[in-house]
Design a protein around this ligand. Structure first.
Ligand code: NOJ
Length: 568
């Protein structure tokens, strides 16, 4: 019997995020590089991840480690050459994998020739490629309005030569482009087209919610919120109403989708980095993937991004009730054919283990949610071996955000870190731990890695975890393999089992796609517990423990923090 048709690749893929600087160094300069990623492709394929997202590798003065681009068509020499990008794409594709580039549309580096021209005089033809405003007060020395940047201070910066202020949503050396200027749109859509034509399968879009701001430059309203969070970008006593989530940004998402749809050989995938509640973020998304078996076969697929990061999972209480709420919310706000995302860490946030008390069973349970709930999993490099944050002093940070806050005592930074606010993002960007060798096998033994290797690398490393069937790494392998084998996990509908059918410590859902059905039991507790199965699945398929316990008389025994996937 023929089953329903699977949705496009992007709607059922698994993504692995690579911070190139920290992944694998092939030339001994202490900096990870593109050939290093190529060298590890077999390992990545065997891990079971299907799509790689590569953080920015473009020409850049590296003030924000690549998120400050000075040449969108060049490759930073420390990472390699355009030929290396070619090889990475070809080799990944040859292994059946896809690759996403990281596209920084909102701003360039202050050293980009466009900005150099723009700031050279008020009459330069590139002047209006960026957002320039006269100041207030005589002499214009007060900023045009009260807008704050995403990271706290005012986002307006005074230019002595031309006596005006330019706007930067992030750090002062990252001036925002003005997307109300059609020339800017044309230039940046050209960049997008060129990299997609080069062979990238999609793009991760940096701070996409900031692209357009209020055209009247009205003040942002007051807010009582002090610190922004993943699900609410307001903070620093300001609501970001005039600077974020502008309706024109959502319209621009549609423009980008049309550009992505120009590539007919294989669908290109656009995922937006946007902060806010899922109900707000879904506005960025188009119709999503075609509904299996739906007639007509698809809702409009030209009307927005394919998906957005839902950072809320990083903050959910680690309980059955907490994740039940979250799954319900994701299903309500991103109903099929929209596809949610499951993100537990990235290069800006504390590593997942930090929030889970570095408890391997809890980390594995979290991996099970990430890989079995409906949505696209985004695995941050090192998450699959339980890498840890490394607390480093603000004063010597490589991260420009930390340098901006270097006046703060480290004890304050540590307190904020414990509360989930990472001022020094170096903490989650340390070199990948491949082995217990010097430099964790990331770089030549004699090299000086750009950031120190975490001392825990002696025990937490790929080689050691390969040898241990109970490791987080093997748990990822098993779950990723099962996901590849089961359409229900890749693309199936999700139905939560009612709370009354289960003990309060257990969350369970069914995934089903055509005839393919699996049930997932997630045990958020450190006891061992006997559970009556809520559905008709009886065959233990995969556990977060090396081998599942057999199911007897309709009952499963769940060990501490065990996740169990069962089939019919
Ligand atoms: C978000 C990126 O994830 C972060 O690393 C970067 O510093 C800012 N955007 C600015 O581009």
């Amino acid at each position: 019997m023929q089953g329903p048709e699977l949705p496009p690749w992007w709607a059922r893929t698994t993504v692995y995020q690579i911070y190139p600087r920290s992944f694998f160094d092939t030339n001994g300069d202490g900096i990870g590089d593109l050939p290093g990623i190529v060298r590890k492709l077999d390992w990545l394929r065997d891990l079971g991840v299907e799509t790689l997202w590569i953080c920015p590798f473009y020409g850049s003065p590296q003030q924000d480690l690549g998120y400050d681009v000075s040449d969108y068509d060049a490759v930073a020499p420390e990472y390699g050459t355009r030929d290396d990008v070619r090889r990475l794409l070809d080799e990944a594709h040859a292994r059946g994998m896809r690759v996403l580039a990281d596209m920084v549309l909102n701003h360039t580096s202050i050293e980009h020739p466009w900005f150099r021209a723009s700031r050279s005089s008020r009459t330069n033809p590139k002047r209006n490629w960026y957002i320039w405003r006269p100041g207030k007060k005589p002499g214009g020395k007060a900023p045009p309005n009260n807008w704050r940047s995403l990271v706290g201070p005012r986002g307006w910066h005074w230019d002595e030569r031309t006596q005006e202020w330019y706007w930067a949503s992030f750090l002062p050396f990252q001036p925002d482009l003005d997307y109300r200027n059609p020339e800017v749109q044309e230039a940046m859509l050209g960049v997008v087209r060129r990299w997609l034509a080069f062979g990238f399968d999609g793009l991760r879009l940096d701070i996409f919610h900031a692209i357009f701001k209020d055209e009247r430059f009205e003040d942002n309203p007051f807010s009582t919120r002090l610190l922004p969070s993943e699900d609410d970008p307001d903070g620093f006593l300001q609501s970001y109403r005039r600077t974020l989530h502008h309706p024109e940004t959502i319209a621009f998402a549609r423009t980008l989708r049309r550009v992505a749809n120009e590539f007919h050989d294989s669908p290109r995938f656009l995922v937006g980095e946007v902060f806010g509640q899922p109900s707000v973020l879904r506005r960025y998304c188009g119709g999503g993937a075609p509904l299996a078996g739906a007639d007509p076969p698809n809702v409009d697929s030209d009307d927005g991004l394919h998906s957005v990061f839902l950072f809320k999972a990083m903050r959910a209480p680690f309980t059955a009730a907490g994740f039940r709420e979250l799954v319900l919310e994701f299903e309500r706000e991103m109903p099929a054919p929209l596809v949610p995302t499951w993100v537990f860490g990235n290069h800006d946030r504390s590593r997942r283990g930090e929030r889970l008390g570095y408890h391997p069973e809890r980390e594995k349970l979290s991996a099970a949610v990430q890989l079995t709930a409906r949505g696209i999993p985004f695995v941050y490099y090192g998450e699959e071996i339980g890498m840890r944050d490394l607390a480093l002093p603000l004063a010597t940070a490589k991260d420009p955000l930390a340098r901006m806050y270097r006046f703060l005592p480290d004890v304050v930074a540590r307190k904020l870190h414990a509360a989930g606010v990472l001022l020094n993002r170096d903490a989650c960007r340390t070199p990948m731990q491949w082995s217990a060798a010097p430099n964790a096998g990331f770089s030549d033994p004699g090299a000086a890695p750009w950031l120190p290797v975490h001392p825990a690398a002696e025990t937490i490393n790929v080689e050691a975890e390969e040898r241990d069937p109970a490791s987080i790494l093997h748990c990822y392998r098993r779950l990723l393999q099962l996901r590849k084998d089961r359409p229900a996990l890749q693309a199936g509908a999700l139905t939560l089992y009612p709370e009354h059918a289960l003990p309060p410590e257990v969350l369970a859902y069914r995934r089903s796609f055509g005839d393919d059905v699996v049930d997932v039991l997630l045990h958020f507790d450190d006891a061992t517990r006997r559970v009556r199965l809520p559905g008709d699945c009886r065959l233990a398929l995969v556990s977060t423990y090396p081998t599942p316990l057999p199911i007897r008389e309709g009952e499963a025994v769940l060990r501490p923090y065990e996740a169990l996937v069962i089939g019919r």
